[in-house]
Design a protein around this ligand. Structure first.
Ligand code: SF4
Length: 86
């Protein structure tokens, strides 16, 4: 019988593939159906984990946090989001 900590560790390792990366499939096509981002050259469209990581590093939020008119300003700052949602 494994301890609760060992069980959690085993469960986590089951999600890793041989390269040590998460084995979960990306739902890019499904994500694109819900993506309102109009910045066409972006290579991260539909790859939400990359999108969030990119904008988080910049202190921003992804396009999908904004309605369509706000999204088109490309101001993805947290301040912009707060001003719109007071
Ligand atoms: S929100 Fe940003 S990272 Fe995400 S698809 Fe649009 S431009 Fe790319």
């Amino acid at each position: 019988m494994l301890s609760p900590g060992a069980q959690r560790q085993k469960k986590a390792s089951n999600t890793d593939n041989k390269k040590g990366k998460n084995n979960m499939e990306c739902n890019k096509e499904r994500n694109l159906k819900n993506c309102n981002c109009t910045y066409e050259p972006c290579p991260r469209k539909g790859i939400c984990c990359d999108c969030i990581t990119y904008h988080k590093k910049l202190g921003e939020l992804p396009a999908c946090f904004f309605d369509d008119s706000a999204e088109k300003t490309y101001d993805r700052s947290i301040g912009h989001f707060v001003r719109l949602n007071r």
